[in-house]
Design a protein around this ligand. Structure first.
Ligand SMILES: [Zn+2]
Ligand SMILES: [Zn+2]
Length: 200
């Protein structure tokens, strides 16, 4: 479902049959209740047909598939053994993180600091001004929801982190419906403050 060569997820589109979208085309991510092995997320994505559709993506596909090198020994494991390599990849990612590289990161407003994350921490995404992407992220450490304004690459390419991101200076409601409202209002209002993403 995730193609490492193009960095796109494949979903079905009622108009065109198939849709291939990057992570930055996701609009909402929500963990499906009751799923555990694997954990499954319901995503709503913006499709090239102009509509928005729902699709399902497993936790592994979401967080680990983008970390699999396009060429290399992991490629043959993509189809049915992704789960088996997830632990290994976690170690690899952990190593890089310790070395100062984060696959994904965001600026946590309640904590006033950068935090490493994985795509499953994204809750809402929407196009921002000037080709940017607005993301609402639930912090894995403090559980606070922050809104950052980032480049599409910051979302789509693992280990590509913007040096500076826009940050909305308040904490967002946790429940999804109010969060969506507040998120859209905030992106329209666009009162962002620049913060540096840096290791501490
Ligand atoms: Zn479509
Ligand atoms: Zn936090």
């Amino acid at each position: 479902m995730y193609d490492t060569l193009t960095g796109r997820y494949t979903f079905s589109c009622p108009a065109r049959g198939e849709a291939k979208v990057r992570l930055s085309a996701f609009r909402t991510l929500e963990r499906l209740p009751g799923t555990a092995h694997p954990v499954v997320f319901r995503v709503r994505f913006a499709c090239a047909c102009g509509g928005e559709h729902d699709g399902l993506v497993s936790h592994d596909e979401l967080d680990w598939a983008p970390l699999v090198p396009p060429e290399g020994s992991f490629l043959n494991l993509m189809t049915d053994r992704l789960e088996a390599v997830a632990v290994e990849l976690a170690d690899l990612a952990a190593l890089r993180i310790r070395g100062g590289e984060w696959p994904w990161s965001f600026f946590c407003y309640p904590e006033e600091r950068s935090r490493p994350i994985f795509p499953s921490a994204f809750r809402l995404l929407a196009p921002g001004t000037g080709g940017s992407v607005g993301v609402a992220v639930r912090c894995p450490v403090c559980s606070g929801v922050s809104v950052n304004l980032v480049s599409p690459e910051h979302v789509d390419l693992p280990f590509h982190n913007d040096r500076e991101v826009g940050v909305v200076e308040h904490v967002f409601p946790e429940d999804a419906e109010r969060a969506v409202e507040a998120f859209r209002a905030e992106l329209d209002g666009a009162a962002f403050d620049a913060r540096r993403l840096a290791l501490e």
